[in-house]
Ligand binder design. Structure first.
Ligand SMILES: Cc1cc2nc3c(=O)[nH]c(=O)nc-3n(C[C@H](O)[C@H](O)[C@H](O)COP(=O)(O)OP(=O)(O)OC[C@H]3O[C@@H](n4cnc5c(N)ncnc54)[C@H](O)[C@@H]3O)c2cc1C
Length: 505
């Protein structure tokens, strides 16, 4: 280490973002060269939700070197093959945004273009019928990939559901074992250098003052350092993502946990159901412009699978993002950097990608402005593209049975989303821009699920003779059906690999 290197990092906040950051930094620094301290306040607490993930979380687990079964045992986790969307396109409709492959690509053309040809001709069912993860989810089946050559069983893509409180505890233990120092206390003031405006230290209510070179703001919605102390503003996206509140409540499980999240549209928002080993997580996300808190709470409690296990908790938020995520010597990670609502379980991923980006552009004490600008550029891009994907679920709907849905289907859309929908409508093409998070298949599944069916398909599909196409489609379907049949039940898989004995609590 040269004397320009960062010698001390202070992480403000110990929610999922704070402890994920602490664990990753602790793993990288291995108690060498840089001290890491985390301050959190039990009195303030955490949001305590955030229990569904997307497959990229495995990269984070790999960075830490976690044993997946142990991680699931400790967090009472389950597997997730996708999200089932109920009543979104219209009441009574349902589709799955499933992870992984859809069908089998042929002649270097995505399978879904062949499906489109057959579907437009009335010869193919739903796209989900050709998707291993969607069928396995519906049938409550799960297994990890095996080495089975060309079989779809060689490529099973999954994420996790876990208990947010147990996850934070798990990461805290990991980080503390690797030298992160935790301080309990409430930050009362942030002290800035009068010359350059950099953060020098935070002062706790106890009177203690903690200095550092680099400050990570993980203080949640408030953004205590980045917003309140450094004055970085917030871009409000409620005109595109109008949900701004959620009631959350755990309930008793009504049976074996299913390997998917369920999202059910409601008159002014939607409700999630996240199955864990020991309970089910539920929440009703809604727009306070279109529904009051009492009605939203009742609606949630009337739609649970089992008896509630706690009082419902109300969370208020503003969808949007920070105008800068890294400013001077402060990087905002987690809810302090923005929040786009939990519809596609992207927040924990955003924490993870922020950590990865910070490591790529890790500063020394000069804090080169070029690196900071690049960090901000990449983060804006990532968030804007996810925003578009989320808006798609709301705007592409036939529902007009409430003020909320009438607003969503007629709201003005970002140009980038309009382009994507327009192109898909014409000929089914989806162009994944740079490193945007959701791939072509995710966009296609949600567009089709939300009722956007292209007028045409990739012209090269017609190179394959019709009889050959019909035969190959049938063969692909049959291979997928047989593969799903061969998979064990999700609950059986958990019991065998990662169930936590009940006496452990
Ligand atoms: C309704 C809802 C559902 C969600 N569902 C999902 C999901 O399914 N999947 C997903 O990926 N994400 C989800 N999220 C987002 C996810 O919960 C968050 O991204 C994640 O928990 C990170 O939160 P955080 O650590 O940034 O903030 P918080 O959990 O709010 O933590 C903030 C921390 O800062 C500390 N703090 C604050 N002020 C002070 C102070 N003055 N002094 C000292 N400490 C302080 C607090 O004590 C706490 O430790 C959801 C969010 C909401 C609101």
């Amino acid at each position: 280490m040269t004397d320009r290197n960062i010698r001390k990092i202070l992480i403000a906040g110990g929610g999922t973002a704070g402890w994920m950051t602490a664990a990753a930094l602790a793993k990288i620094f291995r108690e060498r060269g840089c001290r890491i301290q985390l301050v959190e306040s039990e009195e303030i607490g955490t949001v305590g939700v955030g229990e569904a993930t997307i497959p990229q979380v495995q990269l984070y687990n790999r960075l830490l070197g976690l044993d997946e079964d142990d991680f699931l045992r400790r967090t009472r986790g389950t597997f997730k093959l996708g999200i089932q969307f109920v009543d979104w396109y219209r009441k009574g409709s349902s589709y799955t945004h499933a992870f992984g492959e859809v069908g089998r690509d042929m002649e270097a053309i995505p399978f879904y273009h062949y499906w489109l040809k057959e579907h437009l001709a009335g010869r193919a069912g739903a796209i989900g019928d050709y998707t291993l993860a969607a069928l396995a989810a519906q049938q409550g089946k799960f297994m990890r990939s095996i080495d089975a050559g060309n079989s779809p069983l060689s490529n099973i893509v999954y994420a996790f559901h876990f208990d947010a409180a147990l996850y934070a505890r798990y990461l805290r233990e990991f980080a503390e074992q690797r030298g992160v120092v935790r301080t309990e206390g409430r930050i009362r003031r942030t002290n800035l250098n009068p010359h350059n405006g950099f953060i020098e230290s935070v002062a706790l209510e106890s009177g203690e003052s903690i200095g550092a070179d680099l400050f990570i703001d993980c203080t949640g919605f408030r953004g205590l350092l980045v917003g309140e102390a450094l004055g970085v503003g917030y871009e409000d996206w409620r005109h595109w993502l109008p949900c701004d509140r959620a009631w959350a409540v755990p309930c008793e499980s009504a049976g074996d946990p299913v390997p998917y999240t369920r999202s059910t549209a409601r008159p002014a928002g939607w409700q999630w159901r996240i199955p864990l080993q020991h309970r089910t997580g539920n929440g009703h996300v809604y727009s306070s412009r279109f529904m009051d808190d009492g009605e939203a709470r009742d609606m949630l409690l009337q739609n649970l699978d089992g008896a509630p296990l706690a009082e419902p908790k109300l969370l208020k938020f503003t969808t949007g993002k920070r105008r800068k995520f890294w400013h001077r010597n402060c990087v905002a990670i987690g809810l302090a950097s923005g929040f786009m609502e939990p519809l596609e379980s992207t927040s924990i991923h955003l924490v993870q990608s922020a950590i990865a980006r910070l490591l790529t552009l890790f500063p020394n004490r000069h804090f080169d402005v070029e690196d900071i600008d690049e960090y901000n550029r990449q983060t804006h891009f990532e968030m804007d593209r996810i925003r578009d994907f989320l808006i798609l679920h709301y705007c592409a709907t036939e529902r007009d049975d409430s003020e909320f849905w009438r607003y969503c289907r007629t709201m003005e859309l970002p140009e980038t989303l309009l382009q994507k929908i327009g192109q898909f409508r014409k000929n089914g093409r989806i162009v994944r821009v740079d490193g945007e998070l959701f791939n072509e298949l995710s966009w296609m599944e949600v567009m089709v699920g939300q009722g956007i069916i292209p007028q045409s398909y990739h012209p090269l599909v017609d190179v394959m003779p019709d009889e050959m196409l019909a035969a190959r489609m049938a063969e692909i379907k049959s291979v997928i059906d047989r593969s799903v049949e061969a998979m064990p039940a999700h609950s059986e898989f958990i019991a065998k690999h990662c169930a936590r004995p009940t006496e452990e609590g």
